[in-house]
Design a protein around this ligand. Structure first.
Ligand code: ZN
Length: 179
């Protein structure tokens, strides 16, 4: 396997290329890579840099779902654990959105400890991007809807990292204050 810093920088590089030109939902047309950097950084901070594979998986967590990257490619370029973590965070996009959401709630408690941390970091980032000053009605509804669902998913993921759990609770508190 690559040395830890190379693992993380190769993952960031591949994610940047694969998600090139994609934007996040919501205001400001923020580049998608910002979301990946945020998730990876939350994971690095939560584990105090002790788990390079987890941080690399944070960079890559949306590559199978949103790009033509495959699990096999990730296993080959990075490691079996990284490929497996990303696969665990990949929704079956052939299912309708409501089904995918329900499945996330049901599957969360059965994920590996690392995948649970990625899911929490992902939800923190996705709530954060929905928090705006002077929200429109539509933005407020979306924030309420997303926060409620994310809380149900994270209920099945918590307990592995106290710092990340608190960070999620803080994000929901900030969101609720706007509703
Ligand atoms: Zn994500």
């Amino acid at each position: 396997m690559l040395p830890p810093i190379r693992l993380v920088s190769e993952a960031a590089d591949l994610a940047a290329h694969r998600h090139n030109g994609m934007a996040r939902k919501g205001r400001g047309n923020e580049p998608y890579i910002n979301h990946l950097a945020e998730v990876a950084n939350l994971l690095a901070t939560a584990t105090d840099g002790a788990d390079a594979e987890l941080v690399a998986a944070g960079w890559l967590h949306d590559t199978i779902e949103d790009t033509d990257t495959t699990r096999e490619e990730l296993a080959q370029r990075f490691s079996e654990r990284i490929a497996s973590l990303v696969a665990e965070c990949t929704d079956d996009m052939s299912l309708p959105k409501a089904k995918r959401r329900q499945k996330q709630i049901e599957d969360a408690p059965h994920k590996s400890p690392g995948a649970k941390l990625i899911k929490i970091a992902d939800k923190i980032s996705n709530i954060g991007t929905r928090i705006h000053t002077d929200p429109t009605t539509e933005e407020r509804d979306d924030l309420a809807d997303y926060s409620d669902w994310a809380t149900q998913v994270v209920a099945g993921c918590r307990g592995g990292n106290a710092w990340l759990d608190t960070k999620f609770d803080d994000a929901v508190k900030t969101a609720r204050a706007l509703l």
